[in-house]
Write a protein that binds this ligand. Structure first.
Ligand SMILES: NC(=O)c1ccc[n+]([C@@H]2O[C@H](COP(=O)([O-])OP(=O)(O)OC[C@H]3O[C@@H](n4cnc5c(N)ncnc54)[C@H](OP(=O)(O)O)[C@@H]3O)[C@@H](O)[C@H]2O)c1
Length: 256
């Protein structure tokens, strides 16, 4: 039995991932943004081992979440699934950080840095990472004109950079990025062609399977196949620059 933490498991691909892992007999700790959402998750996933709570748009709540999740660990795998989609207007959190960047990039970084390292890490990205640009001088789109889809694409490229940076820094950990495909969820919309089981399949396979094809690190997957990511994701200087920026914003350095 594998022990897995899935972030953003109140809905969509994360909820399906948690359910699928539980059906396979694994121990799953699920995560919700608030106590109200946690009550809904308990009903939706009654066999979850534990429910942990924390709004990833808050640095304080994310730090507390890392501690709470740690009390229910250790984990064989952590799936960083929670994500915020593109929005028409630039929003800033109570920490003064652009919302999409904080939820999609800074929060998974902080959880990764603060929690005991698991054997496997899975970061949900998106095919839109191909359109992403990582400008270390403007990670939060303070200088550029706001474009919600671009901000989302940029954040998803950052997720690939994060997965690859962790893979390089922590060679004993399998750290990979997954594009789940265009899936019918609140974020994907009703017109998306993919089903929830299709979206959850590769994260589940990477987190719990013993297929040798999944026993790799620093890769970008879609439908269980390795694909080439945006070329920028392989730039080690950019990876290190992103880690430095995330350490500065969060006050937490990725342990060696
Ligand atoms: N669906 C697609 O077509 C698609 C395509 C490519 C990549 N992805 C990626 O797949 C992942 C899951 O997406 P999805 O389609 O399942 O989206 P979704 O249905 O909108 O679910 C997103 C999950 O993240 C949680 N979340 C969002 N902001 C949060 C915050 N501030 N604090 C805590 N939790 C938060 C949500 O909680 P609430 O329910 O409480 O809001 C929800 O559980 C995301 O990383 C997304 O970028 C999705």
């Amino acid at each position: 039995m594998t022990s897995v933490l899935v972030t953003g498991s109140a809905d969509g691909i994360g909820r399906e991932t948690a359910r699928s892992l539980i059906r396979m007999g694994h121990r799953v700790v699920v995560h919700a943004r608030s106590f109200d959402r946690a009550a809904e998750v308990r009903n939706a996933i009654p066999d979850a081992a534990e429910v942990v709570v924390g709004d990833l748009a808050s640095l304080e709540e994310t730090r507390d979440l890392a501690a709470a999740a740690g009390r229910h660990g250790p984990y064989d795998a952590v799936i960083h699934n929670a994500g915020a989609g593109g929005a028409p207007h630039r929003a800033v959190t109570a920490d003064g950080i652009e919302l999409i960047f904080q939820v999609n990039v800074l929060a998974p970084y902080l959880l990764t840095a603060l929690m005991e390292r698991p054997a496997r890490l899975v970061y949900l990205t998106s095919g839109l990472e191909a359109n992403g640009v990582v400008d270390l001088g403007d990670l939060q789109h303070e200088r550029s004109r706001w474009d919600g889809e671009q901000a989302y694409s940029d954040s998803k490229l950052c997720d690939v950079l994060l997965a690859f940076a962790v893979a390089r820094r922590w060679p004993e950990v399998r750290s990979n990025a997954v594009d789940p495909g265009w899936i019918r969820t609140r974020m994907g919309g009703p017109g998306a062609p993919g089903t929830l089981p299709q979206g959850a399949d590769t994260p589940v396979w990477l987190a719990s399977g013993d297929d040798p094809a999944a026993a790799v690190s620093g890769r970008y997957f879609k439908e269980r196949r390795t694909l080439r990511s945006n070329p920028a994701a392989y730039d080690e200087n950019l990876q290190e620059g992103l880690l430095r920026a995330l350490a500065t914003l969060s006050g937490v350095t990725l342990p060696l």
